[in-house]
Design a binder for this molecule. Structure first.
Ligand code: ZN
Length: 191
């Protein structure tokens, strides 16, 4: 499954659809504070499940601070074999069974999976994301849609928006990672 302690980042436009056809090292600068001008270099790859199959995920490393980053397709969840597009339609569907249907998650396993997504989305992630978005009444995804639009792909756009506006990587449902890094942190520095 790859290292779960590694930093993560995505490059806009490098979706699952194009990620595995892309040759070469995408241009990305180091997200670590003080390294903004430093371009990351290729640093191998690891395997993880995508669509039920093993796929290679590139690693990039900063020649200055030496931190390595997993380069995730920009529409793929961290630590889950799910795409942001599936999760976003499930979130807004209203119920787990409607969500499962919308996300193409079949059977009772699919409903259980979506129920886990909804639980994860309603937990601490929700508060963290809300704190970073302009205030709008309703759940965090309504705030998110107000910020990045509600057309399909809004969760992916939110990932890029949070990255450029708050230096936080949206894992999907697994959390928010300051500068892409795992670890405990709170928005606005409160404990
Ligand atoms: Zn660096």
């Amino acid at each position: 499954m790859g290292s779960q302690k590694e930093s993560m980042l995505s490059v806009e436009g490098l979706s699952c659809k194009v990620y595995w056809e892309f040759v070469g090292v995408p241009t990305a600068s180091c997200p670590s504070p003080g390294c903004e001008e430093v371009l990351l270099r290729g640093h191998g790859a690891y395997r993880r499940y995508v669509g039920g199959q093993y796929a290679w995920v590139r690693r990039l490393r900063c020649p200055r601070c030496r931190v390595s980053h997993a380069l995730l397709p920009d529409d793929l969840c961290a630590y889950r074999d799910s795409r942001l597009g599936e999760v976003e339609v499930a979130l807004t569907a209203g119920t787990p069974s409607l969500g499962a249907e919308a996300a193409g998650q079949t059977g009772s396993d699919g409903v259980r999976r979506v129920r886990r997504w909804l639980r994860a989305a309603a937990g601490s992630l929700s508060e963290k994301i809300k704190a970073l978005l302009p205030a709008v009444a309703g759940p965090w995804w309504q705030r998110a849609q107000a910020a990045v639009g509600s057309a399909a792909g809004w969760l992916c756009r939110l990932r890029h928006w949070l990255w450029s506006s708050a230096s936080c990587f949206l894992g999907g449902l697994s959390g928010l990672y300051r500068h892409g890094r795992p670890g405990r942190w709170s928005p606005r520095g409160s404990p």
